[in-house]
Every structure is written in structure tokens, then in C-alpha cells.
Design a protein around this ligand. Structure first.
Ligand code: GLA
Length: 732
């Protein structure tokens, strides 16, 4: 890894073993993008600055052959000779939106600087990364920009962020500030986004890029289930195991925009950052604004490799704390078993059966506080409901701990029901537009997290409950999108800051609790996967993948999520049948086999299972305890896509290739169908692996494959709808 500065050519070459990222100062003084992709040799690449076009718009009066119109820029403005969409927009006091930032100085340093109050990839040692900080200045106004680029030694990844500093004497309004902008010489890419809705998160959708703008974003106040701030750009011939692809990932959980513009010359401009709509940030002299971090990840070996790089990076250098690489506890959550209708006795009965099955963590979900018997009331009143729990959370937690299990608790700190003591006492604590109706979502409003007193109330309540009851795990939920985003009592000029300030306040509350309780495991949740994004993983290493717990639906949701996020981050549970969302009945085996490829857990009353099913659950828990280390830290391979096939298959392989687990699922039964083989991946070709009673060479499994329609390794053949099998492969 290195950052090579070529002083004569004014070029910077960021490289590690796999990738190169080259930028250079162009004749007009601003940085231009010269190359991003597979590692190339270092030399003077000035010829990549375009000067041989017939410019329609001239960028420099003294050189008519140079124009920004057809050059690739590192951090483009709008309104001079480049009229593509810009990375930033600043409005000056006189109303002008034209800026011209040019090179002022640069610094190359070891390591990676922290971003103030923002989640970001980190290093544990300065030798793991190098950072280029490029300072640009707008001579007319004194505004400065610091473009930060970090190259990581062990990952094909560039991390970027931008600092705006008002070093001038006038007030400036920042109206747009992407974290990353990347101009590429061609647009022969398929854009792959991960879209959905509540209970059907992260469906891959592909679009061939062509002239014009392709964009996704969120203006919902969270990253959302509808779109995710992670987009893949793959060459048309790229598949899971070969070909070039890169992806952008925004390490942020609020409103976002990811966009690709193909211009008239066929070049591509990609950008990602805070959504500029409803964003406006006044910068007085000496004030500054730091954008969230965006990651650029590259692979020459297909989508699986791209995903694996991100999985490793997130597991090792984005997730933090005691749990980041620890085997996650097998939990039992009471939500689908009881909803809010429970007593200490009924909850303990469920927990007791969990203990018998080998569960390690019991989680009490919604309904334990205030007058919370349904979702119309009580949210915000974080005081225990002693009608349900006479001995409080502390009493219940003691009993659960006494059973040898950890105890976890659900909170939805950011919300309030109008029917709550909190709202009655503090009606100005919610986000609400003056004089307008307030749109309710799930009968609740959103607290104005930007207010100090709101943060203090939530911190005090959560801190008190967590410390008194010695809570081991918190499920932090967020069950509606933000509407009427207006911070009561603040001036008009500050309203454009509200969305961003909101998410910063959420991060701050997390950070304070993490500092107080370093052993606490957080699972984030937003009606399922509405905030499963890279930003959240910095605080909570796992996230509830979806409120859809149906095993067949979960195949798609977990498969789709795996493109951008590690298996260890996806909350996945076995729930009751018929399934509460789909009405479908699947076997306890298949439900288990799907939940293994996530954090693993249960969300039902185990007392209601037949004896046979309960015995299966015990075996599943034993299996998970034995193999979760491999599942949660191994390399994950997608093999057959449930989006394209009646079958789904995936596998994990340990880092040293000595062990692997292969899982396959058939959605609907087939009669007299042809035989199906799946080629396995990532094994040692020369080693022999045992699978059940069978024995196979790695090369055999990867080239001939396993016949999943028959019975590999003497497993029972698949029968009926929704059947599945797990094959454990061991070297030797
Ligand atoms: C959301 C979550 C569920 C559950 C309920 C409780 O829907 O996604 O898992 O916690 O809230 O109200």
C-alpha cells in the first residue's frame, strides 16, 4: 500500500496490492480523476486529462482545448463549463452559486483520521492505511475544501469524506455535499440497487446504465427498507464469480442519494452522500461541515468477491466493541409469541422452555413500559409497567439471569405516542410543522432528537434501566419514517439541518451508552431492515433483517442483504407456523436451516411445539453452538439465487478452508424433474472433504458439484415443498 506523489505531474497514486486510484491536478488547478480499478504501474498519467476535444464550453480562456465539460473531475461544481450534476453546491451571500476550488496544499499521512461524531471504518494500527488530505481553496470567497482519501492495506477499498471550512468572511449556505464523486471514462455498467419495502427488504434490481440519470435515495429520515445506500456497478458480463465490479457504500443512516449520470460523451459520474433535498447548512465564518464517509470497493473477480471484501471490512474494521467478532448469543425473543399481551409469569414460562432448549439470551420485546397494551399508547414512557411485571425489569432480569441466560430488552427511544405521559408533558418535543396536521405512523410521532432535553431524558432512562437490571442486550427499534421534519423553537435558517442533526443525535446517544456499557450487545431494528446500513453497524453489530420471518421469504431477504452486509449482521429467527406474515407452513428444519445463516435465534413460544419439533430445536441449537463461529466469520458464497431459481443455495468456508457448511433449499416440490448439481466454491482443490458418509475432493465439489436433487453425502433426498438440507464438510 502506498500513496505516491509525483510532484512534476502533480499526481497522486493511491494503491495497494489490488487497486489503484489516481488523481491529478488539471490545468485549471482543480483535481481530476485519472483512473480507478485494478492496480496499474506508477507513471505520469497526464495524457488522461482530455484536451483534444472540440470544447463547446471553454474552461480556461488561455487554453481553449481544456474544458471541464468532458474532463473527469474529483469533486465537481456546477455552473461553469461542466453542466452535469455537481457533488456540492454553495450559495454565497450575493446569491451566486458558482465556485472554483483549486489546489492549495496536500498532506499524506499514515493511518486514517477519525471523523468527528460520524461512523467510519477505522484502523487498529497506523500501518493499515494511508490518507491523502487534499486542500482546495476558492480564492474569491476564502472557502476551503479538504478532500480525504484513505487507502486500506488489506482491502480493495478507498474511503472518502469531505470537509467544508468557511475561512472567508461571509456567511455561506451549503446546499449539497456528496461524500464521494467518481467520474469514469465509460458507462458500460449494470447498476444494481437493493430495494423493497417493509417486510420485503433488499431485492436486487438491475438496470443497464445509459444516457441520463439513474438514482435512488431516501427522504424518510432513515436509510430505509425502500432503498439502501449501497449500489453495485458491474460490467455486463460480470457474474458472481468472475468479472469486474465496484460498489459505493455510504456509512450513514439518514437521508441519502446515490446517483449515476451518463453524459453526452458516454462518461459516467457516480456519487453518493446526504440527500441534498431538505438539506441546507448555513456556515458562518470559521464554521465547518464534515460529510459522512463513503466507501468505494472494487473487485476483478465477481460479485461474491466484492461482497466478501465488504463483509470482512465491516466485521473487522467497522463493527466495534466486545461483540464485533464474538460468536453471537442464540436468543429467544417473545414478540411473535405474545405481542404485548404478557405477564411476568407467561414470559418466564417461555424463557424456561428456551433455557431447556439451550437458548443463551432471552429478549423481552415491546410492551413492558407505560400503558403499553397495544401500539396506540405508552411509547416514550420508559418506566416499567408493574401490572405486567410486578417486580420490574430488574426482578425479571434477575430471574432470567438465575436461569443461566443473558437478558435483553426492547427500546424504541426515538418515538412517542400522543397518548403518553411524555407527550402530554412535552408536546414541543416532537418533530412537527407549525400549524399543520401531524402525520402519524403506527400511531406514533418522532421525537426531536436534536433537542438536548430529549437526548438527556432518553439517556437517563436507558442508562438507569440498563444498569439497574444489568441488561446484556438492547434491541433498538425505530418504527416509522420521519414526516413534517421541523424542529420546534428553532429559527427558519436552521430547519435545513434537522434531518442530519437528528441522525447525529441518534449516533451520539448510542455512543454514550456504548461508553457506559462496553459489554452490551446492540441489535438495531427499524420495522425490520429499514436501518440496516453501514452507519448503524458502527454502533450495533447486528440488525433485525426483516419483520418477515417466513423461511421462504427470508431466503430472498437474507440472500439480497448478503450482497452488501455480512451474515453476522443479519438478525434471523425461527418463528411459529403458520407464519404470521404469510400464513405459510414450513418445517421446523427448514426454518432452522434458514435462520442459521444470520445471527440465529427463536421468536415463538417453544412450549407450543410438538415434542418432535422441540427435540429438533434442541438439535438446531447444538448445531449452531458448534458451527456459528464458522458461519459468522467464514467466507460466504452465494451459489443459487432464489430470485432466479426454485432452489437457493449458499455456503460458508472457514478462512483456512478446513471446514465448510453448504446449505440448499428447494421452494416448491418438483416431479420427474432433471437432476440439479451445484458447484461449490472456495475449497482446497487437493484436499478430501467428508460430508455425511460421503467423501469428496475439493476439486470434485467445485467442478463436478453436488447433486442436490439426489442425496449428497447420504442425506435424505428433498421431499415436498420448502425442503432444505445442510451439509457439513470437513477436511481429512
Ligand atoms: C417492530 C420490530 C418487531 C417488534 C415490533 C414491536 O415491528 O421490527 O421486531 O419489535 O416492532 O412493536
Amino acid at each position: 500500500m502506498d500513496i505516491i506523489y509525483n510532484e512534476g505531474a502533480k499526481q497522486f497514486h493511491l494503491c495497494n496490492e489490488k487497486i489503484s486510484y489516481i488523481l491529478g491536478i488539471m490545468p485549471n488547478g482543480e483535481p481530476g480523476q485519472l483512473y480507478f480499478g485494478k492496480r496499474v504501474a506508477d507513471k505520469d498519467y497526464s495524457y488522461l486529462i482530455n484536451k483534444d476535444f472540440r470544447a463547446m464550453m471553454v474552461g480556461m480562456p488561455e487554453d481553449e482545448s481544456f474544458s471541464l465539460e468532458f474532463n473527469r473531475r474529483e469533486y465537481p461544481s456546477f455552473g461553469t463549463s461542466d453542466l452535469r450534476l455537481p457533488a456540492y453546491e454553495l450559495i454565497y451571500e450575493n446569491g451566486s452559486h458558482v465556485s472554483a476550488f483549486t489546489y492549495l496544499s496536500h498532506e499524506i499521512s499514515k493511518g486514517k483520521p477519525k471523523l468527528h461524531e460520524l461512523p467510519a471504518v477505522y484502523t487498529e494500527d497506523d500501518d493499515e492505511a494511508m490518507t491523502l488530505s487534499l486542500k482546495l481553496k476558492d480564492e474569491l470567497t476564502g472557502m476551503e475544501l479538504k478532500l480525504l482519501y484513505t487507502i486500506l492495506r488489506d482491502y480493495p477499498v478507498i474511503a472518502r469524506s469531505v470537509l467544508f471550512e468557511n475561512k472567508g468572511s461571509e456567511q455561506v449556505s451549503l446546499e449539497r455535499c456528496m461524500s464521494l464523486s467518481l467520474d469514469l471514462p465509460d458507462h458500460d455498467y449494470v447498476w444494481m440497487q437493493f430495494s423493497g419495502a417493509w417486510a420485503r427488504e433488499k431485492t436486487p434490481i438491475e438496470k443497464k446504465l445509459d444516457s441520463g440519470i439513474t438514482a435512488i435515495g431516501s427522504l424518510r429520515g432513515h436509510s430505509s427498507a425502500n432503498q439502501n445506500p449501497f449500489v453495485i456497478f458491474k460490467r455486463p458480463n460480470t457474474d458472481e464469480f468472475q468479472g469486474e465490479a465496484f460498489a459505493t457504500a455510504l456509512v450513514y443512516s439518514g437521508n441519502f442519494l446515490t446517483q449515476a449520470e451518463v453524459d453526452t460523451y458516454g462518461t459516467l459520474r457516480v456519487m453518493t452522500g446526504i440527500h441534498p433535498d431538505r438539506f441546507s447548512w448555513e456556515l458562518a465564518p470559521d464554521e465547518s461541515f464534515q460529510t459522512p464517509e463513503a466507501l468505494l470497493v472494487w473487485s476483478g473477480d465477481g460479485l461474491n468477491d466484492l461482497s466478501q471484501s465488504l463483509h470482512r471490512l465491516y466485521r473487522k474494521r467497522l463493527c466495534r466493541g466486545a461483540w464485533k467478532e464474538k460468536e453471537r448469543p442464540i436468543l429467544l425473543n417473545n414478540w411473535e409469541a405474545t405481542l404485548m399481551d404478557f405477564t411476568e409469569e407467561s414470559v418466564l414460562k417461555i424463557a424456561k422452555k428456551g433455557q431447556e432448549a439451550g437458548v443463551e439470551l432471552f429478549v423481552l420485546d415491546d410492551g413492558w413500559f407505560g400503558k403499553r397494551d397495544d401500539d396506540f399508547a405508552g411509547l416514550g414512557d420508559w418506566y416499567v409497567n408493574t401490572d405486567k411485571l410486578p417486580e420490574g425489569i430488574t426482578g425479571l432480569a434477575e430471574k432470567i439471569h438465575g436461569m443461566g441466560m443473558k437478558f435483553g430488552l426492547w427500546f424504541e427511544p426515538e418515538m412517542v405516542n400522543p397518548d403518553s405521559d411524555l407527550y402530554r408533558a412535552n408536546p414541543d418535543w416532537v418533530l412537527a410543522a407549525p400549524g399543520r396536521e401531524r402525520s402519524l405512523g403506527r400511531h406514533q410521532m418522532v421525537l426531536d432528537m436534536t433537542k438536548e432535553e430529549v437526548q438527556e431524558y432518553l439517556y437517563e432512562r436507558m442508562h438507569a434501566i440498563i444498569s439497574e437490571a444489568k441488561i446484556d442486550y438492547v434491541k433498538w427499534d425505530m418504527n416509522r419514517t420521519i414526516s413534517e421534519c421541523f424542529s420546534q423553537g428553532r429559527p427558519a435558517s436552521e430547519q435545513g439541518k434537522t434531518y442530519h442533526r437528528y441522525i447525529l443525535a441518534v449516533y451520539r446517544l448510542y455512543e454514550r451508552l456504548i461508553a457506559d456499557f462496553p459489554e452490551l450487545l446492540f441489535e438495531s431494528c427499524a420495522s425490520g431492515g429499514s436501518r440496516l446500513d453501514a452507519g448503524m453497524l458502527y454502533y450495533a453489530p447486528q440488525a433485525w433483517g426483516s419483520d418477515d420471518t417466513d423461511a421462504v421469504e427470508r431466503l430472498k431477504i437474507q440472500y439480497g442483504t448478503s450482497y452488501g452486509y455480512p451474515i453476522s449482521s443479519i438478525g434471523a429467527h425461527v418463528s411459529e407456523c403458520p407464519n404470521q406474515q404469510t400464513g405459510r407452513t414450513t418445517s421446523i428444519d427448514t426454518r432452522g436451516n434458514v435462520s442459521f445463516f444470520g445471527t440465529g435465534g427463536y421468536e415463538l413460544d417453544l412450549n407450543k411445539l410438538s415434542d418432535g419439533e422441540f427435540e429438533e430445536v434442541k438439535k438446531q441449537i447444538e448445531f449452531l453452538k458448534k458451527h456459528r463461529g464458522l458461519i459468522q466469520s467464514g467466507n460466504f458464497y452465494r451459489l443459487l439465487s432464489p430470485f432466479k431459481d426454485n432452489y437457493c443455495a449458499w455456503m460458508v468456508v472457514s478462512e483456512d478452508k478446513s471446514e465448510a457448511i453448504f446449505a440448499y433449499y428447494r421452494v416448491l416440490a418438483e416431479v420427474n424433474a432433471g437432476r440439479r448439481r451445484v458447484k461449490l466454491m472456495g475449497l482446497d482443490p487437493d484436499a478430501k472433504y467428508t460430508a455425511g458418509e460421503g467423501s469428496f475432493y475439493g476439486s470434485e465439489l467445485m467442478n463436478i458439484g453436488l447433486e442436490i436433487s439426489a442425496a449428497p453425502g447420504n442425506l435424505e433426498p428433498l421431499t415436498g415443498d420448502f425442503d432444505s438440507r445442510i451439509v457439513v464438510l470437513r477436511k481429512g
